[in-house]
Design a protein around this ligand. Sequence first.
Ligand code: BJW
Ligand code: ZN
Length: 246
Amino acid sequence: MGRASLEQLAQRLTRDARITVLTGAGVSAASGVPTFRGAGGLWKQFAPETLATPQAFARDPALVWEWYDWRRQTIAACAPNAAHRVLANWSRRFPSFQLITQNVDGLHERAGTERVLRLHGSIWEVSCWQRCAAAPARWRNEDAPLQRIPPTCPHCGGLVRPGVVWFGEGLDPDVLDAAQAASDCDVFLTVGTSSVVYPAASFFEEARRHGAFTVEVNPEATPASAMADLVFRAPAEVVLPELKLP
Ligand code: BJW
Ligand code: ZN
């Protein structure tokens, strides 16, 4: 990892800089949370695209819940790593810092990060699949393992679903607006994401359009790599702690 590149980035992280960081599954990899794509990304031979959809849930809710139950148990046993901790520090140090995460694991929050925008919801929340009138829009459920699969709505007895955003579903419009606004920044880092899922992947391009200095931290190349001003081809938990801020 280039010392010169580290210094180049550190110099841009000034107190008044508007710094936005977009994270993906790779930021939690060192905590032991499996990523979606690439080595170790599969659960029982199922690609995430075949499980993370409303159609898959409608077809076989128990199968989809088994996957989420396995992930919830895995995440419950994980703790934030050095990358989460550095970003939590930045959120306290830089008044205009904004974190946008695609992760549903809650590890940024557990590390104490302020101003977290969760694009894809939370694996620790659920909602009524029928959207029955008696149930709130969503509520927390931290049982790991779940008491029964599939879990049921305490208000109507029907199915509940994970409080996450599946393929083909829209993101929360307020969160989306806030993430778009945060893409107008001075320094934009994309950390541990394959940059293939939209609209999350568009924020990097959006930041460039606004003239931001763009940085990628990822051991593998992604569609964002060719556009970045700086690329750190190394794990987030190694690169971020190496940055020596003035
Ligand atoms: C490390 C590391 C270490 C490893 N350190 N790095 C425009 C163009 C084409 C398609 C679309 C488009 N707009 C919308 C779409 C459709 C679709 C989409 O994007 N499809 C593409 C895949 C083609 N998008 C949607 O449907 C979205 N909704 C939407 O746009 O609504 C409007 C609309 C509706 C209908 C039609 C059209 C528009 C919703 C997307 C929801 C994504 N949901 C999931 C599941 C969430 C719930 C759950 O967790 O179960 O979100 S899918 C999954 O992918 C999850 C992730 O958040 C997301 C991104 O994955 P991520 O984080 O990048 O992980 P990986 O595994 O892919 O990559 C890990 C990376 O880490 C790798 O690069 C490693 O190298 C790296 N790494 N160790 C640093 N130590
Ligand atoms: Zn209900």
